[in-house]
Design a protein around this ligand. Sequence first.
Ligand SMILES: [Zn+2]
Length: 315
Amino acid sequence: MRSTSGAPLTRLGFDVGGTKILGVATSDGGAAAQKLREVTPAGADNLVDTLVAMAQELASATEQVTVGVGMAGLISTAGVVTVSPNLVGVDGATIGADLSAALGMPVSFDNEVNCAARWEVQHGAAQGIRHGVMVAIGTGIGGAFMVDGEVLRGANGLAGEPGHMIVEAGGRACPCGRRGCWETYASGSALDRLAVERLGPGITGPDVTAAARVGDVGAQAVLHEFSHWLALGISNLCVLTDPEMVVIGGGISEDWDLLAGPVDEHLGEMLIGRTAESRPAVVRSEAGELSAALGAALGGAEGDSAAFGNPAEVA
Ligand SMILES: [Zn+2]
């Protein structure tokens, strides 16, 4: 495996989440030719070792590659993991720079939902969209805002973290150390907890969606309650940014067909100044849980301006 000097043959992209790492190999960035999944280890060194092993499995030693990494958490424009509440032992780490040193080639490094939004605009559900919101719902909730066709970065590169906007003052404790954050009510982990609270010990979010799919009334009631929290956060994002479209990514997007109706119903009650016709479309990511890894692969190939390293700088 070596850094490309001409046209890239294989673009590797990684999505590092709270529970799993998804890796893809793609030639054009549009679809994954290969994919890999590993459990996210604790600690920055173990994480870099796992990414190196995955890169070596996805590309042969002689293949020309580019590498991009998207990671859950607040990633500064300098490539520092400022804080990543759902990963263990990575705060303050420079995962992109460390992986670059380990592989001996440039690595782009960005927030994983910024990566997903990039993919949705170039290849997915948001093609042609200039004002959009991406919400990735997995272990936690990540986000990205598209404003006038550009991903909103903010003063420090930390913009777009709706999972930690507070939707219930003094509410549930969040891994970030505060209380009442949106992701404690509307993430995949939150659905797991709601399932136990409403239906009993050992019941998981996937159990609920499977039961709702075959008409279980109790499971459908849990999803209706869960969709209230989803819509509450989405409505807050809409009053702030007036998007044309909201794209839902992450693991929850796999079951968006079950949630879209109830969420739209709640949004109809929550959104001000919008009619049924002018409400933003809330749609599922076209690549589902792969959009962040594919978007990271695009970043690696393009040497994104906010990314660590630049393919032109390392031979
Ligand atoms: Zn939080």
